[in-house]
Design a protein around this ligand. Structure first.
Ligand SMILES: Cc1cc2nc3c(=O)[nH]c(=O)nc-3n(C[C@H](O)[C@H](O)[C@H](O)COP(=O)(O)OP(=O)(O)OC[C@H]3O[C@@H](n4cnc5c(N)ncnc54)[C@H](O)[C@@H]3O)c2cc1C
Length: 436
């Protein structure tokens, strides 16, 4: 009788890993500590909860995220399949109804005869074949065990979540529906600002009170540069927000036909459009301050907030030093890890890592040779965090990492457009699949 593989953490990575292990015919125990214990960013007891935005990024297959979605689709990813099923309009991005998405994944995994969903915290790495997918907010006991196990201090950066607003409380006489450059359907609610309103709004953001963070030295804090708190953007310069989440380009006010000085976008959260999240408004402001200042935004004067922004310290291990490309620990090949605990930031990258770690955990258990990263953008997504989240901590990947170098792709910073490599990458994937 095959011993079960243990997966620690029922986030995006753990959910995908558990599914791939079961798909390979091996029993799996998926350990999730919620609802007994919550890490701070999660709100429900569902698997694969999306902690902030409800978007998996651009869908077009010439973008890193879109190509990765397509590759994962072809590899039988359960997370991407459910994301497709519970999609909500988002003008070219793969955004989901977060409640339906994670509830469906929870039920789907719970019904699989080879998956046992065990609620409760795992304080130490168990024996056997194990996938660690406990995320950026790994419980302190397990984090301590991991520190002992790796013999290394954690790396960290700060990441924040943005507020969610009740749709009915948004003033539709001011906010207008449109997608930037009219891409896809008119999917976003847009709150336009004139120059005077923008300047006043920025002034308030710059002097607003922030929440104190534990173990946190303001001077040394490293933010995730792709997801900066809105107040940090405001502090960086008068126009920084206008070149970031408040950029007005490609968005004309449907009533006047004119472009505003700045625009705040709201993305639909659920299929019925009852809830909307503030795009790019992750924040560490005190909750009272969030309400006061965000209600200055035209159209949000009476906004009712169902969730306010929070900021968390995301910790992760130095994966390139500790692990093989197969996501196995160099010293302990029976132990694999995926998701943000190894530093891969973002929902799509976590799902891709979960796919790879789950596949390889199953292969280890079956005595088969584990596979290296098979596909172009999985590499790209895993790379993304290295270039953006923590550039000082990591050396570039070794040249033989993944197949990108074989394709002659020079990665400089964030790999964004994969159009040139898409056909080749998808073809490589087809050629490679028979090895599984
Ligand atoms: C505040 C914040 C905002 C973010 N915003 C975004 C965003 O907008 N877009 C984006 O793409 N990414 C965002 N991220 C990153 C995103 O959360 C991750 O990339 C993704 O969720 C990682 O998936 P994961 O499976 O590795 O971890 P998680 O989704 O966090 O899952 C880990 C799971 O492990 C469980 N767990 C932890 N310790 C134990 C234990 N000892 N025993 C059992 N279970 C345990 C946790 O309860 C959790 O369910 C954000 C992260 C944070 C913290």
């Amino acid at each position: 009788m095959q011993q079960p593989i243990h997966v620690i953490g029922g986030g995006l990575a753990g959910t995908e890993a558990a599914w791939q292990i079961a798909a390979a015919g091996i029993p799996v125990v998926l350990h999730e500590m919620r609802p007994q214990r919550f890490g701070g960013a999660h709100h429900t007891s569902h698997l694969a909860e999306l902690v902030c935005s409800n978007s998996f990024g651009a869908m077009a297959s010439d973008r890193a995220s879109g190509l990765l979605h397509e590759e994962l689709r072809r590899l039988g990813s359960i997370v991407i399949a459910k994301a497709d099923e519970h999609q909500v309009p988002a003008g070219g991005a793969l955004a989901v109804d977060r409640g339906q998405f994670s509830e469906d994944l929870t039920n789907t995994l719970a019904q699989h005869p080879l998956i046992e969903l065990r609620r409760g915290e795992i304080p130490a790495i168990p024996l056997g074949v194990v996938v660690i997918a406990s995320g950026p907010l790994t419980s302190p006991e397990l984090a301590e065990d991991l520190r002992r196990f790796t013999g290394m201090e954690y790396l960290s950066f700060f990441d924040a979540a943005s507020p969610i607003i009740v749709g009915e409380s948004i003033n539709r006489d001011i906010a207008f529906m449109a997608s930037r450059y009219d891409k896809g359907e008119a999917a976003y609610l847009n709150c336009p600002m004139n120059k005077e309103q923008y300047i006043r709004f920025r002034e308030e953001l710059c002097k607003a009170e922030q929440t104190e963070l534990k173990d946190f030295d303001r001077e040394k804090v490293k933010f995730f540069e792709a997801c900066l708190p809105i107040e940090e953007l405001a502090l960086r310069g008068e126009d920084t927000m206008r070149y970031g989440p408040l950029k007005p380009v490609g968005l004309s006010d449907t009533r006047t036909g004119e472009r505003s000085y700045a625009v705040i976008q709201l993305r639909q959260e659920d299929k019925q459009g009852k809830l909307w999240n503030m795009v790019g408004f992750q924040t560490n402001l005190r909750w009272g301050e969030q309400k006061r200042i965000f209600q200055m935004i035209p159209g949000l004067e009476n906004a009712e907030f169902v969730r306010l922004g929070v900021m968390h310290r995301n910790t992760f291990i130095n994966a390139p030093q500790l692990m093989h490309q197969t996501l196995q620990f160099k010293e302990h090949p029976n132990i694999l890890a995926a998701g943000q605990i190894i530093g891969t930031e973002g929902y799509t990258a976590a799902s891709a890592g979960g796919w790879l770690a789950g596949t390889n955990a199953a292969r280890v258990a079956l005595g088969k040779q584990p596979v290296t990263l098979p596909i172009t953008t999985m590499m790209g997504a895993l790379f993304e965090f290295i270039s953006t989240a923590s550039p000082k901590h990591f050396q570039p990947m070794p040249p033989n990492f993944g197949i990108l170098p074989d394709l002659g792709v020079k990665i400089k910073g964030k790999p964004e457009r994969y159009g040139k490599y898409r056909d080749r990458s998808l073809q490589d994937l087809e050629n490679w699949k028979h090895l599984l």
